[in-house]
Design a protein around this ligand. Structure first.
Ligand SMILES: NC(=O)c1ccc[n+]([C@@H]2O[C@H](COP(=O)([O-])OP(=O)(O)OC[C@H]3O[C@@H](n4cnc5c(N)ncnc54)[C@H](O)[C@@H]3O)[C@@H](O)[C@H]2O)c1
Length: 463
């Protein structure tokens, strides 16, 4: 076919025949059984004695890290807790046998005491990361810091500056980096399996109910109290994109916003709380009583009540945040957003964060000079242009019982303990400065979105 363009072929063969031929040219990649390079195993060197840590915020994330610490292999001993919700404190105390003097109601009180552990685990809401991070670093603690790192770029820089000054190990919970699926994807790129990476198409399908729970009714529903959804939900994705490209991101632009979850879309006569006699109770897909109790479509962990019975949850829904009509709220974070990124050397990425999906599982397409990859957080289909073959890798075949975030949570926690135990942040997949790059991209993308898609330069300052 050398010397002929596709247009020449179509002209010569007639449109119908040409279409058939072109179709077969694209479609005859054969799926073969083949070996992909095994996902890289991170180094593991036992530490002499478990590290000690205090958990600030024993909720979903803090409690999960607490449960991981009960596994002796984690080599982390939880010696203190700061948590305002009494039944969560009680769980922490009974799980870790925490003495009275190390139980605190809020994070500030931890730092009224002289340093009494190796590290602080920060699992508090987004707006309460900066305060405890800065106090902990000042006092010489190492950190495990939930993402997003903080609510502004300036705060991120402050944390980095102080961490450097104190020589602290700071693990940022970019857990996807530790998940075997993404480790494998990264290894494919790093080892040149698809040649040079030219571009990426990546999508974070949040799921319509997840969005309604977390970003309309829940902790991340407005920017002031938490962060823009791009940071709160997708700093993971920006980090993964950056990791795969392995080049500085130079420019970014973004469009998007809050399109659906607002008053204009409220059904006629809908009250502010679903249980207040909503006229569309039976048909509304977001009706709180149905979602949380009758049909049990979403988890209730964020609803604070000691009594977990359906009656008690319903009582909380009557007046509480999770009983709010999704169209009558003070949510302001984007429910759809596109971000375009350009990297040094010309590589590009188009990223979508989408609330309105029936499914989760990040969708990624990597386009390389010698092949491409199509992935959905379970399967990775790796195409080789020269051999015209495709190899499918199934993460669930190689890794059983992965746990949270595709196995990323436990692996990240273990590697962080290693890093603290050996005082060596090379055990981490990404250090604090590296993790901050995704945040800078996120903050600049937000500025672009609010300035009608203006292209923003990304210049990572030297701190
Ligand atoms: N790495 C990830 O993939 C991931 C996933 C979910 C959440 N997060 C982040 O983790 C953090 C916690 O999220 P979550 O889902 O566990 O929320 P959560 O509400 O379940 O937990 C937060 C806990 O902090 C406690 N708290 C509130 N004020 C406090 C104070 N002054 N002092 C001490 N504790 C206080 C709350 O009572 C609650 O128990 C957030 O920043 C969130 O963005 C990260």
């Amino acid at each position: 076919m050398a010397g002929f363009s596709r247009r020449d072929v179509l002209k010569g063969a007639g449109v119908a025949a040409g279409t058939a031929m072109f179709g077969s040219v694209l479609g005859d990649f054969k799926q073969v059984q083949g070996e992909l390079p095994p996902p890289k195993q991170r180094k593991y060197e036992p530490i002499k004695k478990p590290i000690t840590a205090v958990i600030c915020g024993y909720g979903g994330r803090g409690g999960y890290y607490g449960s991981m610490a009960t596994n002796p292999e984690a080599q982390v001993e939880i010696v203190g807790v700061a948590e305002p919700v009494d039944y969560r404190t009680e769980l922490a105390v009974s799980r870790h046998k925490i003495p009275k003097e190390n139980q605190f109601v809020t994070w500030e009180h931890v730092f009224d005491r002289p340093k009494f552990a190796d590290a602080i685990i920060i699992g508090t809401p987004d707006r309460l990361h900066y305060g405890p991070a800065m106090r902990a670093l000042e006092m010489g603690y190492n950190l495990l810091l939930e993402k997003p790192i903080a609510q502004s770029w300036k705060e991120c820089e402050d944390i980095l500056r102080l961490a450097k000054k104190k020589g602290a190990i700071v693990g940022v919970c970019h857990v996807l980096r530790y998940a075997p699926y993404f480790v494998q994807m990264h290894a494919l790129v790093e080892q040149g399996v698809i040649g040079d990476l030219v571009s990426i198409q990546h999508m974070e399908p949040i799921h319509y109910l997840h969005f309604a729970h977390s970003y309309v009714r829940g902790p991340w529903h407005n920017e002031k109290d938490s962060n823009p959804s791009l940071l709160a939900k997708s700093c993971h994705d920006l980090d993964i994109i950056k990791w795969l490209m392995n080049k500085p991101c130079e420019r970014v632009s973004s469009f998007g916003g809050l399109k659906y979850f607002q008053r204009d879309h409220a059904p006629m006569g809908a009250p502010t709380h679903c249980l207040d006699g909503c006229p569309v109770e039976d048909s509304c897909i977001y009706h709180a009583g149905n979602v949380y109790v009758q049909k049990k479509l979403w988890g209730t962990h964020h609803i604070v009540t000691r009594d977990r019975s359906p009656q008690s949850i319903l009582r909380e829904l009557e007046k509480g945040d999770y009983g709010r009509c999704v169209y009558h709220n003070d949510n302001d974070v984007a429910d759809h957003q596109v971000v375009n990124l350009q990297f040094e050397g010309g590589g590009t990425c188009a990223f979508n964060m989408e609330a309105m999906t029936s499914y989760g599982g990040r969708r990624t397409r990597l386009m390389g000079t010698l092949g491409d990859v199509v992935g959905d957080e379970r399967f990775l289909d790796v195409y080789n242009f020269e051999k015209r073959e495709m190899i499918r890798w199934d993460v669930q075949k190689d890794f059983k019982d992965l746990g949270g975030h595709g196995g990323g949570d436990e692996r990240m926690f273990r590697d962080w303990a290693q890093a603290v135990g050996h005082q060596d942040d090379s055990f981490l997949s990404v250090d604090l400065a590296g993790a901050m790059e995704s945040h800078l991209i996120g903050f600049e993308a937000e500025r672009s979105r609010k300035a009608d898609g203006q292209v923003r330069k990304i210049v990572m300052p030297k701190v």
